[in-house]
Write a protein that binds this ligand. Sequence first.
Ligand SMILES: [Zn+2]
Length: 371
Amino acid sequence: MKSDVYLREIFFKLLSFDSESFKEKQLAEIIASELSTIGFDVFFDPVPASEGNNTVNLRAIYRSGEKAILFSAHLDTVVSTAGLKIDVEGNIVRSSGNTILGADDKAGIAAILAGSKSAIERGFLPVSIEILLTSAEEKGLWGARFVKKEDLISRYGFVLDGEGSVGTMVLSAPFHEKIEARFKGKAAHAGVNAKDGRSAIVAMSKAIGTVKTGYIEEGLTANIGIVSGGTAMNIVPEEAYYIGEVRSEDEKRLNDTIEKYRTACQKACKETGVEFSFKQERLYDGYRFSKNDEMVKNAMKVFESLKIKPTLVKTMGGSDANILNAKGFKVINIGIGCGNPHTKEEWADLRELERAARFVEKMIFRASEFI
Ligand SMILES: [Zn+2]
């Protein structure tokens, strides 16, 4: 079968299976049988799910030598695609509007499958191919957290889940931390004994009002996404809280910014006689590659050989690449040429898919240059 025919066929097949986060098992089984046919050994690694029914990461290897190159994508879609009807206009694939398309990240999976298949059909491979398809990526990069480094031979590779056209390489992604501040004042009748009250909402507002939010500077953002407090119009509010986040290209600015948020709470509470507690939680670590990195240079050469212009970008979003890099892999997220993810207007471009598959195929033959 011609490789682009296979690519289209497998892409549409993947789209036809619903794989909302934590409900990826059926899709994983379909892909597993596809991979076995191509010649891969396939493994299902259990991933605990918060909703009780466990899910899996799919891991596969096509053995050809001691070294291996890794390609990764995620199995889940951000919401269900049940009832998806597909519109194809030329090379553009869309949902007819009732659901998202789910090209995020089935386009990535299709490119990995098709690219590996054509590489294997070309003959002797200089390295083994490892494929890692994670679950619940859309739920805070959940599945990737359960990947065991020792289960994989490869240490270098690519995540096919990036923004932008094929050729885009995300060389830097941020550190990301959740913050939560809880304020405890003293309730009182808002009219009769207002003097006895200490408003948690006032303390919280002061704490928020004195810090920068939104875009702070290049590579540093912060957001207060949720505020809540009080129980009634005529009660001085005893409790209030906010939940927010900070993202930074580097850990120092991340920590400094969070410290500013904490200090602002401290100051506001001192002024208002309110108490507070402050929690922070690392969601994922950032990563950064130099453009002189051997893997980056080789990937650029592969793109150039395919007449694709390499574009090196930074992002302020997270992906499985963040989790895998923190585990000691060296992986770069690359663009797959889809658009409007997480919306009903999501689209994929079959020509871009074809380019992504060619990248996978060629990279397999070049990987021994840097692994
Ligand atoms: Zn994705």
